[in-house]
Design a protein around this ligand. Structure first.
Ligand SMILES: [Mg+2]
Length: 237
């Protein structure tokens, strides 16, 4: 029996373009202010040091740290300090009502349905746990955090394209890998999950960033409504 569904966010539950066109510019507008206001907070100070280490510039001032964050943002580099600052800044923006997360029309109803059917719902995203909590806590329908058991990110779990990360997820869920279904728009992530023994389904959202690449030989759906999770093996309706 399938016991657990693990979903990717960008290109799966939600539009990649919303993240790039709305969230990325929002973080860019707030880096300097956030650094100025919070640089003495221990977790922020540690992340500033992390920027300096990655940049190889131990004496970088806050302006230079902001410059590096913007560089990584421009290159869409998923480095830890960038993710951390974005998570903090987006959390503030969501809490202030300046941001509301985006979901494809079928996503929220399906996640509610799976939860109501007794399935565990987990997230695996390169967005930090903070960013994930802000995202699912501020949907157009309010918070759905109560539907979600685990928030996996690259910090607490590992890279999304390595099988070991999915073994870590299966261990945290406490179920055999074959009882877990992973949904993503990226074939490299699906391959890694399958290598770890999870069931996989490729999600194809027309017009999204990676749509044209397809999902290889994984079963594929264009809407969560097509997913049948009632058998031992996931299938598309
Ligand atoms: Mg994705």
């Amino acid at each position: 029996m399938i016991r657990c569904v693990v979903v990717d966010i960008e290109g799966t539950t939600s539009s990649t373009w919303f993240v790039q066109d709305t969230l990325y510019p929002y973080s860019r507008r707030h880096f300097a202010r956030y650094l100025a206001e919070h640089h003495q907070r221990p977790d922020v100070a540690a992340m500033i040091d992390h920027v300096r280490r990655l940049a190889g510039e131990p004496d970088a001032d806050l302006g230079r740290v902001e410059w590096w964050l913007n560089q990584w943002l421009d290159g869409d580099q998923k480095v830890t300090p960038l993710k951390a600052f974005q998570g903090w800044i987006w959390s503030e923006g969501f809490a202030a009502g300046e941001l509301t997360s985006h979901f494809f029309d079928d996503a929220l109803p399906a996640m509610r349905r799976w939860h109501a059917a007794g399935l565990e719902l987990d997230i695996f995203s390169s967005g930090s746990v903070n960013a994930q909590r802000a995202w699912f806590g501020n949907t157009p329908e309010g918070s759905i955090l109560d539907l979600i058991t685990h928030h996996f990110d690259t910090e607490n779990t590992g890279p999304k394209r390595e099988a070991e990360s999915y073994r870590t997820i299966a261990a945290a869920v406490g179920q055999p890998p074959a009882a877990i279904v992973f949904l993503s728009d990226l074939v490299a992530e699906l391959d890694a999950a399958r290598e770890a023994g999870l069931q996989t389904v490729g999600v194809r959202r027309a017009g999204d960033e990676h749509y044209d690449r397809g999902v290889g030989d994984h079963p594929s759906i264009t809407s969560f409504d097509q997913l049948d999770l009632t058998g031992a093996v996931v299938s598309a309706r």
